[in-house]
Write a protein of this length. Structure first.
Length: 270
């Protein structure tokens, strides 16, 4: 079964343009002058659950981990050049870490500490703050995301202008710094997270199983209403309601559903 991200569902629901979208039949440019990128979410609809205020000293610890990982990346690159051993897939990813990426990560951590986890700088801001080129900042963010040092979410905003229909424009990404599991074996023991007690691990596992069982009992409409808020949640709830209605038709009268599908295909072909 294919995976559909929330961003994909949002783009389908709002009818937004993607990066590879063809120009309009009329030849008119995009209404906002720029495309809305794939997997983007509307600003203001998800940030409260995406961002988390860092604990005291957490940002300093993450920066220390990144610098230790940079040392490990240099050793891995040296070992690979010398032919001492062949790197694993995880090691090759860590070996991509650069001093520029760590500098960009430091700036993101500074913003997280000052703004209680609310991090959404533009590429231009990061380039100005770090003294790096904009392209270098882009590569650094890709490296950090690939290793697991951060998660970033593309965002778009509504544009309040005269004229028919809603209009949208791409805005800055939202970022959340993390401690990746892949780098922990390269850290000294005192820097590694303390393992959770067995009873706590079991409690989390039981809670996850109960939540999963509860979610499976919900209809598509109820699932959208429960997990996503704001305008996006309302539109996905409508999509879920249509899916639920189609499933009910299939259960009650499969022949009627098949006739409906054939009718829609013919209409589409015309």
């Amino acid at each position: 079964m294919g995976t559909i991200t929330i961003g994909d569902a949002a783009l389908k629901a709002f009818g937004l343009l993607t990066r590879q979208r063809s120009p309009a039949l009329s030849g008119a440019p995009h209404r906002t002058g720029a495309p809305v990128l794939r997997d983007s979410l509307e600003a203001g609809t998800f940030e409260e659950v995406f961002w988390t205020a860092p604990a005291k000293g957490e940002t300093d610890r993450l920066l220390h981990v990144a610098r230790r990982t940079l040392d490990a990346a240099r050793r891995l690159r040296r070992d690979e050049r010398s032919g001492e051993r062949k790197l694993t897939v995880t090691e090759r990813g860590i070996a991509q870490l650069t001093s520029s990426a760590v500098r960009v990560f430091e700036e993101i951590l500074t913003l997280a500490r000052l703004n209680r986890g609310r991090v959404y700088p533009s590429y231009d801001y990061l380039a100005e703050a770090t003294g790096l080129g904009r392209a270098t900042v882009g590569r650094a963010l890709s490296i950090l995301e690939a290793i697991g040092f951060l998660v970033r979410q593309r965002r778009f905003s509504r544009v309040n202008v005269d004229g028919p229909g809603p209009r949208y424009v791409q805005t800055s990404n939202a970022y959340r710094p993390l401690l990746p599991d892949s780098v922990q074996s390269y850290l000294p023991r005192w820097m590694r997270p303390v393992p959770l007690p067995d009873d706590t691990v079991q409690h989390y596992a039981d809670h996850a199983a109960e939540t999963d069982a509860m979610l499976k009992t919900l209809s598509c409409r109820e699932l959208a209403q429960m997990t996503i808020s704001g305008p996006l949640g309302k539109i996905l709830a409508k999509l879920g309601e249509a899916i639920d209605r189609t499933e009910r038709e299939a259960q009650n009268d499969p022949k009627t559903l098949n006739d409906s599908i054939i009718y829609r295909v013919k209409r589409f072909a015309e």
